[in-house]
Design a protein around this ligand. Structure first.
Ligand SMILES: C[S@@+](CC[C@H](N)C(=O)[O-])C[C@H]1O[C@@H](n2cnc3c(N)ncnc32)[C@H](O)[C@@H]1O
Length: 845
C-alpha cells in the first residue's frame, strides 16, 4: 500500500504524524460511517484513527477516535485513492482531448471534477462518490462578487486576488474548446461556472506531494483535514478523548487562507500571518551609489521585500535595514543581507540596528559591535547632509541668482553713482531697488560680499563631501578585483548586462581576447575578472576637483586681488600703485605696481555711418628710470598685461577743447590755439547720455558784483566728431567739426575748433586667482569628457569545457553587448579532453 508521506513543513495540506504538543478541547462526536466511508473502504482505505465529524466550528472535518502518540502515523491513504491528472485523463470522457491540448495538471483535474459533478446520478464515473461529497461552495476568491473583491482595493491582498482570478480565467479560456465539445457528450453540457467550481475546489484541496516528485493530487479522506494556524505543523489533539484532527496547510498567511481556502483564522491567532514589507535605499542617501554597487556584488538590488510575521522576523530584514541606514557601508555588511533565517527576538535588535546602523544578528553568536564614536556619527551626518543633491542644486541656484543680480547692477561704483541711478522714494527701480537696499545687501560688490563667499564655501564643502562619501568609495569598489566562484555569480554580476555559456571554450583564451581589446585581465585558477574604463569612474571626481579649483581661484582672486579705474588724458600718466586699491587686507601689490603707465594717445575710430567702431589707447609702461618696458595699443577686449596687472579699455571722456577764439580775453596774443577744460554734463537735469561742454568768455573777469555770470559762448560735444556752439543768450549758433579749420562768428568772436583732447578710461585689475580659474576650466573640460568613458567589467568561470561569461557596462550598453559578443565569438573552440568526455558519459548514465 502506497502511503503519501507528507510532511507539513513544506506541504500545503497534510500531516500524517502525531502532534508535538497537547491541546485541550471538548470531545467532539464523530459521524457514523456512511456511503462515502464505504466507498473509501472499497478503494482500500484501512481502518483509521480518525473519523468524519460534521459538527465542528469549521464545518466538516476529521476527529481522532483514540489517543494519538507523538510522531505516530495518523493517516494511511492507499495509492489508488490519489486522484492525479493521469488518473483523471484515464477516467475522463475528455481524456484524449485534454491530453492533446497539453493543459496543465490542475486544469485536467478541474475539468474532471466538473465533469464528474455534472454526470447524472447513477451513471457517474468511479470517482462520483468522492465528488458528491465535495462542498458546492468554498468561499475562495474565485467565488467572490466584484463588489466583494472591491473591498480589497488598496490592500496587498488585491494583487494576490487578481493573480488568482487571472490565472483561473486563463485556464478556463484554455479549456474553452473542450467545453464547447461537451455539448455532444451525454449528460448536462459543462459551463464555465462548472469549471470555476472545479478550480475553486482545487485551490482549497489540491495537494502537492514532495515525496512523489511534487505530484499534484486530490486525496479523498485526507482532504477532510481542517487547518489550524496553531497546529504546530502537524496536529492539535486531546489525548483524553476523541479530538479534532487539525493539520497545517502550511505556513500560510491570513490573506492566502482567505483567498484560496475561503476562511480566515481568528484575529492574531495565525503566527504565520505575514505581510510583505518593502525596504528600499533612500533616494537622498549620499552613499546610495556605493550601496547599490555593494548590493549588486551580492546579487541584490536597492529594494527588498520581507515577509513580516507575528512570531518572528526575517533576519536579513535587519541586516538590510542596517545597511540602508549605515553611513559606512562595506562589503561585509552587504554580504550579511543574504543570510537567511528568522529571528525570534526582534526588539533589541531593532533598537541596535536603527541606533548605530551596524547591526549583526544575535544568531551570529558574537557580541554586537561597539559602533562608531558619537563624533564620527555626527561627522558622517554632516557629510551626508552636505552631499545631498537637493542642497547642492539649491546652492547653485542661489549663486546663479546672485550672479544675475551682480550682472545687472553695476559693481564697485561710487556711492554717488548708486544714489543717482537707484534713487529712493517713488522712483525706485522695478519698484523696490534703491541705493539703500543695494548698499545694505552689498549688491554693489556682490561677488566679494561675505554671504556670497560663504555660499561659495558651502558649495565647495558640498562638492568635497560628495566626492568623499559617494564618488571615491565608488572608485574603490570599482578597483576591486571581483572573481566569481560559481556560474550563478557570473550571471548575477552580469545582471542587466550580457551573459552566455560557451561550450568548449578556455578561460585563458577569453583573457587573451579581452587583453587585446584593452581590458585589464586578472585570472585566479578557473575564474577571470577583467575591466576597462576605470577612468570613467574617476571622471566625476575630476569634475568636482576642477569645479573646486575654479571656485578657489575665483575666491582667491576676490580676496587677494587689487582693482582700480582711472581716467587719463592723452599725454598723461600715472603710477599703477596709485590707481590700484586692495580688495581685502590679504591683497599684496604685484611687482610691477611701482612702474608708470603713460597714455601716448587716445583715439576713437568711427564707422562710415558715424557710429563708434572702437576706442584705442596707445599705452607705454615706463620703469622708475623712465625706460619703456612695454608699449601696446589697447582696445576693448584687447587689454595690456604687465607683471600681473591687466589694463582694460573700458571708458572714455573729453578732457579739453583746443580752440582759437579771436575776441576772447583768453586768446593768446600770438594767435595760437589754447585749451579749454571740458566738463561732463552726465546726470545733469535734462541731459541724457554722455555730454561734455566748455565755455569761451567774451569779456575778462570783472570785479563788478552785479555781474554774477560771465557772458560768453557755450560749446557742447556729444562725440569727438562735432561740437555745437551756443550764443551768450542761449540761442544756437552753429556746428563745427574739430580740425576742419572752419571759423564761426559768434557774439563778436571768431572761433576755430582745432581739436578735442580725449581721456582714456582704464580699468586696472590684479587677479592672482586667474591661473587657477583657467586651470580649473581646462580640467573641467577634460574630466567631463573622461566621465563619459564606459566602465566595463567581465567575469568568466571555467566549468569543465564550459565557459560561463558575463559582463556589464555603465554606459553604451548596446555597444558593450556587441563587443562582448564579438569577443566570445573570437575565442577558438577547444577540443574536449578525454576527461570531459568521461564526465559527460557519467552524467548521461
Ligand atoms: C481541505 S478542506 C477541509 C475539509 C472541509 N472542511 C470540508 O468540509 O470538506 C479545506 C476547506 O475547509 C475549510 N476549513 C479548513 N480549515 C478551516 C478553519 N480552520 N476554519 C474555517 N474553515 C476551514 C475551508 O472551507 C477550506 O476551504
Amino acid at each position: 500500500m502506497a502511503v503519501p508521506c507528507i510532511n507539513s513543513t513544506n506541504l500545503p495540506l497534510l500531516g500524517i504524524f502525531g502532534p508535538r504538543r497537547k491541546v485541550t478541547g471538548s470531545p467532539i462526536p464523530s459521524h457514523p460511517p456512511g456511503p462515502f466511508e464505504d466507498w473509501l473502504t472499497q478503494r482500500g482505505l484501512p481502518p483509521q484513527k480518525v473519523a468524519i465529524s460534521h459538527e465542528l466550528p469549521e464545518g466538516r472535518g476529521l476527529v481522532a477516535t483514540r489517543p494519538v502518540r507523538k510522531n505516530e502515523k495518523l493517516l494511511n491513504v492507499p495509492g489508488q485513492l490519489l486522484l492525479t491528472a493521469d488518473v483523471a485523463l484515464r477516467c475522463s470522457t475528455y481524456g484524449r482531448l485534454l491530453e492533446s491540448s497539453g493543459v496543465p495538471a490542475w486544469s485536467v483535474l478541474a475539468m474532471f471534477l466538473a465533469e464528474t459533478r455534472a454526470q447524472p446520478a447513477g451513471s457517474k464515473n468511479e470517482w462520483g462518490q468522492y465528488v458528491d461529497t465535495l462542498p458546492s461552495h468554498t468561499r475562495c476568491v474565485l467565488e467572490w462578487t466584484p463588489k466583494e473583491l472591491g473591498l480589497l482595493r488598496g490592500t496587498a491582498a488585491m494583487r494576490a486576488a487578481n493573480e488568482i482570478t487571472a490565472a483561473c480565467a486563463e485556464s478556463v479560456a484554455e479549456l474553452d474548446p473542450i467545453l464547447r465539445d461537451s455539448a455532444s457528450v451525454p449528460g448536462r453540457p459543462l459551463t464555465e461556472t462548472d469549471l470555476r467550481w472545479g478550480f475553486s475546489l482545487l485551490l482549497s484541496r489540491l495537494v502537492r506531494l514532495p515525496g512523489k516528485q511534487d505530484m499534484e493530487a486530490c486525496i479523498p479522506w485526507a482532504d477532510l483535514l481542517n487547518h489550524s494556524p496553531s497546529a504546530d505543523c502537524f496536529l492539535d489533539w486531546d489525548s483524553s478523548s476523541s479530538s479534532v484532527v487539525f493539520v497545517s496547510y502550511g505556513q500560510k498567511s491570513d490573506t492566502q487562507l482567505l483567498l484560496s481556502y475561503g476562511f480566515m483564522p481568528a484575529l492574531l491567532s495565525n503566527p504565520h500571518n505575514a505581510c510583505n514589507l518593502r525596504l528600499e535605499l533612500q533616494h537622498n542617501d549620499p552613499s546610495i551609489d556605493i550601496k547599490r554597487a555593494l548590493l549588486e556584488e551580492v546579487g541584490q538590488t536597492g529594494s527588498m521585500e520581507f515577509p513580516l510575521r507575528l512570531d518572528s522576523l526575517p533576519q536579513n530584514l535587519f541586516n538590510f535595514a542596517a545597511f540602508v541606514t549605515t553611513d559606512a557601508p562595506d562589503r561585509r555588511m552587504a554580504s550579511q543581507i543574504n543570510q537567511a533565517g528568522l529571528l525570534d527576538k526582534a526588539p533589541p535588535l531593532i533598537q541596535e540596528a536603527l541606533g548605530n546602523g551596524r547591526l549583526k544578528s544575535s544568531n551570529s553568536g558574537s557580541p554586537p559591535p561597539s559602533g562608531p564614536s558619537p563624533v564620527k556619527v555626527a561627522w558622517n551626518r554632516v557629510l551626508r547632509q552636505l552631499s545631498s543633491l537637493p542642497l547642492a542644486i539649491g546652492e547653485l541656484a542661489v549663486i546663479a541668482l546672485l550672479s544675475a543680480i551682480g550682472t545687472v547692477i553695476e559693481q564697485n561704483r561710487s556711492l554717488d553713482y548708486y544714489m543717482r541711478n537707484y534713487p529712493d522714494g517713488a522712483d525706485k527701480v522695478v519698484g523696490f531697488v534703491d541705493w539703500q537696499l543695494i548698499k545694505a545687501l552689498q549688491w554693489d560688490h556682490i561677488y566679494s560680499a561675505n554671504y556670497f563667499l560663504a555660499l561659495m564655501a558651502l558649495l565647495a564643502a558640498s562638492l568635497a563631501a560628495c566626492t568623499s562619501t559617494r564618488q571615491w568609495p565608488m572608485v574603490k569598489v570599482a578597483r576591486r578585483w571581483r572573481f566569481a566562484q560559481t556560474p550563478e555569480r557570473v550571471y548575477a554580476m552580469a545582471k542587466e548586462g550580457s551573459a552566455a555559456a560557451l561550450p568548449n571554450a578556455d578561460v585563458r583564451s577569453m583573457g587573451q581576447a579581452l587583453q587585446r581589446s584593452g581590458y585589464q585581465v586578472f585570472l585566479k585558477e578557473r575564474s577571470l575578472y577583467a575591466f576597462k574604463g576605470l577612468a570613467g569612474k574617476l571622471g566625476p571626481i575630476g569634475v568636482h576637483a576642477a569645479m573646486l579649483l575654479v571656485m578657489a581661484g575665483v575666491t582667491y582672486g576676490c580676496l587677494a586681488g587689487l582693482k582700480g579705474t582711472v581716467m587719463v588724458p592723452e599725454g598723461g600718466d600715472f603710477i599703477f600703485a596709485q590707481a590700484l586699491s586692495p580688495r581685502s587686507s590679504i591683497a599684496r601689490p604685484p611687482r610691477g605696481a611701482g612702474d608708470m603707465l603713460h597714455v601716448n594717445s587716445f583715439d576713437v575710430k568711427y564707422r562710415e555711418d558715424g557710429s563708434v567702431d572702437q576706442f584705442v589707447s596707445d599705452l607705454s609702461v615706463l620703469d622708475g628710470q623712465g625706460r619703456e618696458r612695454l608699449r601696446k595699443s589697447i582696445s576693448v577686449n584687447d587689454p595690456l598685461r604687465y607683471q600681473g596687472i591687466t589694463a582694460y579699455q573700458t571708458d572714455y571722456s573729453m578732457a579739453a577743447l583746443t580752440v582759437r577764439a579771436l575776441g576772447s580775453p583768453l586768446q593768446p596774443a600770438d594767435g595760437s590755439a589754447f585749451n579749454l577744460p571740458m566738463a561732463s554734463l552726465d546726470g545733469k537735469p535734462g541731459v541724457k547720455g554722455k555730454l561734455w561742454a566748455t565755455f569761451v568768455p567774451m569779456e575778462p573777469p570783472t570785479a563788478d558784483p552785479r555781474i554774477t555770470r560771465p557772458r560768453g559762448v557755450s560749446i557742447v560735444a556729444r562725440d569727438f566728431q562735432t561740437v555745437a556752439l551756443y550764443k551768450a543768450d542761449g540761442t544756437f549758433a552753429g556746428i563745427r567739426r574739430p580740425g576742419s579749420q572752419k571759423p564761426i562768428e559768434v557774439d563778436g568772436m571768431t572761433i576755430v575748433v582745432e581739436d578735442i583732447v580725449g581721456s582714456t578710461g582704464l580699468e586696472l585689475k590684479v587677479d592672482p586667482g586667474v591661473p587657477y580659474v583657467y586651470a580649473g576650466f581646462a580640467g573641467l573640460m577634460i574630466t567631463t569628457l573622461v566621465s563619459y568613458l564606459s566602465h566595463s567589467q567581465v567575469w568568466a568561470l571555467q566549468e569543465g569545457s564550459l565557459l560561463h561569461v558575463g559582463g556589464r557596462s555603465n554606459r553604451a550598453t548596446v555597444t558593450f553587448a556587441l563587443e562582448l559578443d564579438d569577443l566570445m565569438n573570437s575565442i577558438p573552440e577547444q577540443r574536449s579532453t578525454g576527461e570531459d568526455q568521461r564526465a559527460a558519459v557519467e552524467i548521461e548514465n
